[in-house]
Every structure is written in C-alpha cells, then in structure tokens.
Unconditional design. Structure first.
Lengths: 231, 229
C-alpha cells in the first residue's frame, strides 16, 4: 500500500496550492497591520492625557472582548456605506483581514503598553537629561528596550493570528480549512459521486491539523526560547 | 449585497433591540449550557494535568505535554471540524451539542493545564518541604500546600482562559449549534437588520467578557501573595 492514497494526492495538492497561500497572506496582512497600529496605540496609552487613554482603552477592550467570528460577520454583512467621499464595501477577504487586524492591533497595543511601562522611570529621566524630547526619548531609548520585552508575545501573537485565519472560513474565504472542506465536499458529493473511501474526512481534517501544527509548533518554541533569553 | 450605499445610522431602529429579546435569550441559554459545561470540565482537566506536569509524573507528564502542544498549536475551529466530520469515520457519531461542549473542553483543558502548571510551579519548594517535615504524604502535601497556594496564583489566568472558552462557543455556529451568534446570524439574514442585530450581539458578549475581566482585576488585587512568602 502506498504511503499516500491515490485519491488524497490531488486533494492535498489543491489545499497546499490554493488554500495555504491564502492563509499565509491573510496572516501576513493582519500581522503587519496589527503591529503598526498596535505599537502606536500602545505607546499613546502611556501618555498622560486621559481622554486619549480612555479612547484607546475602549478600542482595545472592544476588539479584544468580542469573539473574532462576531467581528468578522459584523463587518462582512454590513451593507455598503459612505464615509465622507469614500464608498465602503468590503469583500470577504478584506472583511476577514480587517477583523483580524482590529483584534490583533488591540492585542499588540495592550502588550506594547505593558512593555513600555515596564521600562524604569530612570530611563526616561536619563534620556530627558541628555536633551531628548518626548519623541526622541521614545524613539532612541524606550522603544528599543521595550521591543526586547515585546518580542516573545509578538511571536505568540503570530501563532494566534495564523490559527485565527481559519475563522475567515465562516464567510467563504478560501483559506486552508475552507480548501480542505471544499475538497471534502467534492470527493464525497461531487458530480463524479463518491470517489474516496469513507475515512476521507478523518484524513483531510487531520491533514489540516498537521499542517497548522507544523507551522505553529516551531513558532511557539521560538516564543518560549525568546522569553527565556530576553527575560 | 446592496447596490446603493445605505446610511446605517440614519435608519437605526432602537425598538428592534426589544424584538430580539426572545430569540437572543434562547441562544444565550445554549451558549451558557455549552460554555459552562466546557469551563467546569476544563478546570478539572487543568487541575489534574497541571499537577501531573508540575510534579513531572513519569509517562503521564509526556502524554500531557503532547496533548497540550497539539491543542495549542492547531486552530480550535479545525479541532471542532475534526470531531464533527472526522470522528464518525471511526464509528463515533457525535451530535452538535456533544461536539460543542467536548471541543471547548478539550481546548480549554490544554490552556488550563498550563495555567495550573505555572501556578503550582510558582509555589516555593520550601513550603512543600515544610509539609513533608510535618509528616505529610506527597498527596497530602499537594492538597494542603501546593493546591491552595498555587491555585491562588493561577486563578486570574484561569479566568482569562474561561473567558476565551466562552468566546469560542461562537465558533459552534459553524456546526449548527444554535448558540447566540448562530441566532443573531440567522436573524440578520432574515430581516437584513445587520447593524441592529450585530450591535445587540456584540453588547451581549462584551457584557459577559467585561464583567469577568473586572472579576480578574478584583481577584488579582485580593489574591496577591504577601511579600514574605
């Protein structure tokens, strides 16, 4: 008996060719957007201007508090609307990317705030004594140190983002899980009739789990390693 | 979708919130049924396996590590699908409710295991040794020393996991379990009142999550161990 059954080869090829790049692209977009927005919001949360703090706090608590699926469905089903001159209508892929970014940026903001506040007050004072203003102080002294502390949770966040891309399944984005599901439907109830043995779903969803594990496991180890190294 | 833009806020109907109360209450009961069962069982798994991990019980420790790593490194949605579509192949047919509580239990249990392991390992060894010196058996030492102190250390992070378990019940929509998100999604597709329905849904989740988060902050202050320990 061959290691990989004949029916499974095209299934796996389709999943890896069509589904996996979509998953990784979605994760990459969400990671970049979350980091960019989250770092700015996290830094601003340490500023002593309370209305701004409360506003960001509200943003963070809302997007962290909602299940991502609820955010995804909300954004996706919202009818098209105008913001000023902009006509807003998001397709499934954009809705998923936006929902993941809103959630991710809230996570990053909270982690960044914690990392920045963990830098001792003396560092601020020493930088101020050297003549740095608020921006220079953060740009050259505080943020470089905070980044070291932020790195392990950021790798952990990447793992979470990759896993949460599967939620885009709910609105029909053809990410890895969706690709597996489509193949599963295809071989069990396609035009050709059932072309695969009955254990096919077990194998397909097992394969989805395996691929996610192969991607995530090294990253979780890396995160744990960084935590030990940089602590 | 709509061709012309709709001004959502202008057409917002507050009275629609009131009409939602019946179906939302039904969905809420399903959410709580699966969620509470999942949380309680996840605590049980976490306490037992957390103790196994912290005490490095041979064989069981390796099994627990394998379980935790598999669950933490695969998406919960895939786990749900695996249980729902994959297991019938082995002759195990599970209905939606069974998959509902089982999947979030398995997922939550893995995270609870890590929470409790960290809590138990944070208990200073000298406290346990003091217990042994008083003639405690290892089990007695665990129940009277490690569990109360380590459990106290772990409690805030376990509530965080409990919140995540509850939020994950929303994914059960995809296997047709009629919880809160499922209800909202079907109302939305029947009435096209997207904004009102999902705002109400979001408020429900935020109310639950924010109350539990406030509980964590309260407990963190109350349960912090005295410095001298």
């Amino acid at each position: 008996m061959p290691l990989v059954p004949d029916w499974f080869r095209p299934v796996a090829e389709y999943m890896l060719r069509e589904g996996l790049p979509e998953t990784l692209r979605l994760a990459a977009i969400a990671l970049v957007a979350s980091t960019a927005v989250g770092l700015v919001l996290g830094t601003l949360m340490t500023v002593r201007f309370f209305p701004l703090r409360w506003l960001i706090r509200f943003y963070v608590e809302v997007w962290r508090g909602l299940p991502i699926l609820v955010t995804v469905l909300f954004i996706y089903w919202l009818p098209a609307f105008d913001i000023g001159a902009f006509h807003v209508q998001l397709n499934a892929y954009q809705s998923a990317a936006l929902a993941l970014s809103l959630w991710g940026s809230a996570q990053v903001a909270e982690a960044a705030r914690g990392a920045i506040e963990s830098i001792p007050k003396e560092q601020h004072e020493a930088a101020a004594a050297l003549g740095f203003g608020w921006i220079g102080r953060h740009r050259f002294v505080i943020i470089p140190q905070a980044t070291r502390r932020l790195l392990p949770p950021m790798v952990g966040l990447l793992v979470n983002i990759i896993q949460n891309t599967t939620i885009a399944f709910a609105i029909g984005v053809n990410e890895f899980l969706q690709a597996g599901q489509r193949q599963f439907e295809n071989i069990t109830s396609g035009f050709a009739g059932p072309t695969a043995p009955s254990y096919a779903p077990f194998m397909i969803f097992g394969f989805v789990m395996l691929v996610f594990f192969v991607i995530s496991f090294p990253l979780t180890r890396l995160s744990a390693y960084l935590e030990r190294r940089l602590a | 979708m709509f061709d012309r833009p709709v001004h959502i806020l202008a057409s917002f109907e507050w009275s629609f919130f009131w009409d939602l109360r019946g179906p939302f209450w039904d969905g809420f009961k399903y959410t709580i049924k699966a969620g509470l069962l999942g949380i309680v069982l996840a605590y049980v798994i976490g306490l037992v396996l957390g103790a196994v991990r912290a005490h490095r019980v041979p064989v069981l420790n390796q099994l627990a590590v394998t379980y935790v790593e598999i669950i933490r490194n695969t998406p919960i949605l895939v786990q749900i699908f695996f249980l729902y579509y994959g297991l019938p192949v082995l002759g195990i047919h599970l209905e939606a409710f069974t998959v509902a509580w089982l999947s979030i239990t398995i997922w939550g249990g893995a995270f609870m295991t890590e929470n409790f392991r960290a809590g138990f390992e944070a208990v200073p060894a000298r406290l346990r040794e003091a217990g042994y010196a008083l003639g405690f058996t290892p089990l007695k030492a665990f129940l009277n020393v490690t569990l109360p102190i380590g459990g106290r250390i772990a409690l805030p992070s376990t509530i965080n996991t409990a919140i995540s378990v509850l939020k994950n019940t929303s994914l059960l929509l995809l296997i047709g379990y009629p919880e809160l998100t499922y209800v909202a999604n079907s109302i939305q597709s029947n009435t096209f009142r997207v904004f009102e329905t999902f705002t109400a849904l979001a408020l429900c989740y935020l109310a639950i999550v924010w109350v539990l988060s406030a509980l964590i902050r309260f407990l963190e202050g109350r349960l912090a161990l005295p410095e001298a320990l």
